[in-house]
Design a protein. Structure first.
Length: 199
């Protein structure tokens, strides 16, 4: 297995958090020059391949795979189509945490949920329910997330002040962030009720 192939796999797993050259070198136990050469080769191959839907980008010294600009309209239509409007309970929980705690990083969401939320955040972002609103000035510059205008329109909210008060949740119950979306009988058919965490 080539270094380039291994890097491609690691970038796929890392998702939107991306990885730095130093992290790749440490994981693969190879020198930085080899990592740089492999990244450059991969970037060129993906960019020049007309059949590849993804490309390799470098933002603030972190590399990540993203879909090509040409696919933007197709992806937006897909994300909003009826057959992909079902989200699991764990996705709803992630969305609720971001809505109430925004702006918040993925690590912040993870700490509240107790599980890795990378997949959920990527799914919510692909459906235009959350968006990147900045980065924290700390090592790695983690991304800050907030809900989108589409989220506000879908749930009929004029502002975040229209969100139910957390204090409205019954005490001595198993209610969670995801239950907040049921208080005002919003369009909960948008979500399914499975309890399995999809990470």
């Amino acid at each position: 297995m080539t270094i380039k192939m291994q890097i491609h796999g690691l970038l796929f797993v890392a998702g939107e958090d991306g990885v730095s050259r130093e992290e790749l070198a440490q994981v693969l136990a190879v020198d930085l020059e080899s990592i740089s050469n492999a990244l450059q080769q991969l970037q060129i191959e993906l960019q020049e391949n007309p059949e590849s839907p993804i490309e390799l980008v470098n933002y603030n010294q972190r590399y990540r795979l993203v879909t090509k600009k040409e696919l933007e309209s197709v992806l937006v239509d897909f994300a909003r189509s009826p057959f992909v409007t079902q989200l699991s309970r764990s996705a709803v929980e992630t969305l609720a945490i971001i809505a109430y705690r925004q702006p918040i990083t993925r690590m912040g969401v993870d700490q509240i949920r107790g599980v890795n939320s990378a997949a959920m955040i990527q799914r919510l972002q692909s459906r235009d329910l959350i968006k990147e609103v900045g980065r924290v000035e700390s090592p790695g510059r983690p991304i800050l997330y907030a809900v989108t205008d589409y989220f506000m329109d879908y749930f009929g909210l004029k502002s975040l002040n229209d969100l139910p008060e957390i204090q409205e949740l019954p005490l001595n119950s198993e209610a969670s962030y995801s239950d907040l979306f049921n208080i005002k009988e919003w369009q909960v058919d948008f979500f399914d009720e499975e309890n399995e965490y999809e990470n």
